[in-house]
Ligand binder design. Structure first.
Ligand code: HEM
Length: 406
């Protein structure tokens, strides 16, 4: 298999289920490697961090997209993502990002801390009730999906009755973050995007009439105060907050719990010393990253990792591979929460560094500590099933046996 075939094999069903052996085959060619005409893949940690921070390296905007998929503007799903901050460069990016970031106030995060803790307890009680006779439960359905869904809806100001709708729309839309999407998946994503945008349009009107203490109100006020955010930008950024903030966190909970259950001594140490939760969560983010890749285009000729990248190159940053770079993390295949200076690239780096990183970390820290404390016998109960996705890496189903409540 040559380098191009090796890279392409990441998109095969086996590559998507377990990309790590393929990352190592790519790494053998070097930290930055040409994998096709004008296309480069990055597996090195230092090189990926450097590129993500380089002002000449830009997210792929509409004109670049035109070359790949000329009618993306007619797709509600693709155009929502493309017009959000995630796919916008300076100067518009900074304007949108500051407005949204202003809504993540310390007080709102402190309120969310209480929401996460209360919701984690409720979900554990519900799981325990459902498996009173010892039947295994699906951790993904009963905990890993509902917890981040509750939090993102709380942050946005979505009423509790509408949460199931959000769960479906988010699932319909996540396909657009993958490197390849089938026509059928795009049709599902477009239908979901249309409904979600319709819903947000109504909610925006409601918050304009009656402001709340939530992110939608904050963004509506930014829009109304001198058009600092256009109507289209407002909707697109609400869509990206749901798409970026929900399933990513779900996958951190599922991937992370699987690793903890496979390392009972480490899990036990966390049970006894919950103050180490931040280091544990960062190592879990490194070890099996919920977001495995992102893409960029070079706006100028660059040299990185000893390789020349001509202007206009398309760059695939394999964050999951960078987080397993042995030059940065000795024995990267070992789960070791005692590593010094973790700084995984799981949330990216540079101007697009994840806006919700603090919130996602908080959710995972509270969730794992609460699960281990209240369920001292928690154990895997059968083979989990991986989702057939490369960018958003997670499980479809994760059976666990709860044992007795503490
Ligand atoms: C951006 C990962 C949770 C909102 C990103 C990026 C990554 C990422 C890798 C950068 C993408 C790029 O550079 O192309 C994750 C992971 C999460 C998580 C692994 C959970 C474990 C969240 C949450 C929210 C959120 C909870 C919101 C509440 C965003 C937004 C951006 C972003 C708005 C775009 C920022 C920008 O373009 O300036 N995330 N994310 N994420 N994330 Fe997250």
């Amino acid at each position: 298999m040559d380098v191009a075939e090796t890279f392409a094999s990441l998109m095969s069903p086996e590559g998507r289920v377990d990309p790590y052996p393929t990352y190592e085959r790519l790494r053998a060619y070097g930290p930055v490697v040409q994998v096709g005409p004008g296309t480069y893949a990055v597996t090195g940690h230092a090189e990926a961090a450097e590129l993500l921070r380089d002002p000449h390296v830009r997210v792929l905007e509409g004109d670049v997209r035109d070359a790949v998929m000329p009618d993306w503007r007619n797709s509600p799903a693709l155009s929502s993502i493309a017009r959000s901050m995630l796919r916008t460069n300076a100067p518009d990016h900074g304007r949108m990002r500051r407005l949204a970031a202003g809504a993540f106030t310390p007080r709102r995060i402190a309120d969310l801390r209480e929401v996460v803790a209360a919701e984690a307890d409720l979900l554990i009680d519900a799981m325990a009730a459902a498996s009173r006779d010892g039947t295994p439960v699906d951790f993904m359905a009963e905990f890993a999906y509902p917890l981040p869904l509750r939090v993102i809806c709380e942050l946005l100001g979505v009423p509790a009755v509408d949460r199931p709708l959000f769960r479906r729309w988010a699932a319909d839309l996540t396909g657009v973050l993958e490197p390849e999407i089938t026509e059928a998946e795009l049709a599902v994503a477009d239908a979901g995007a249309t409904e979600l945008r319709g819903y947000f349009t109504e909610l925006v009107a409601a918050r304009r009439r009656e402001p709340g203490d939530d992110l939608i109100t904050a963004l509506v006020q930014a829009h109304d105060a001198g058009e600092r955010l256009s109507g289209e930008e407002l909707l697109s950024n609400l869509v990206i907050l749901l798409v970026a903030g929900f399933e990513t966190t779900t996958n951190l909970l599922g991937n992370g719990l699987t690793v903890l259950l496979a390392h009972p001594q480490a899990a036990d140490a966390l049970r006894r010393y919950p103050e180490h939760a931040p280091a544990y969560v960062d190592e879990l983010l490194r070890y099996d990253s919920p977001v495995q890749l992102t893409t960029r285009a070079s706006g100028a000729a660059l040299v990185v990792g000893g390789i020349q990248l001509p202007a206009g190159s398309w760059i695939v940053l394999l964050l999951g591979a960078a987080n397993r770079d042995p030059r940065r993390y000795p024995h990267p295949e070992r789960f070791d929460p005692w590593r010094a200076q973790l700084n995984p690239l799981a949330f990216g780096a540079g101007p697009h560094y994840c806006l919700g990183a603090g919130l996602a970390r908080l959710e995972a820290q509270i969730a794992f500590v609460t699960l281990l404390r209240r369920l001292p016998e928690l154990a895997a109960a059968g083979m989990p099933r991986r989702r057939d996705r490369l960018t958003l890496r997670g499980y479809d189903n994760l059976p666990v046996a709860l044992g007795a409540l503490a």
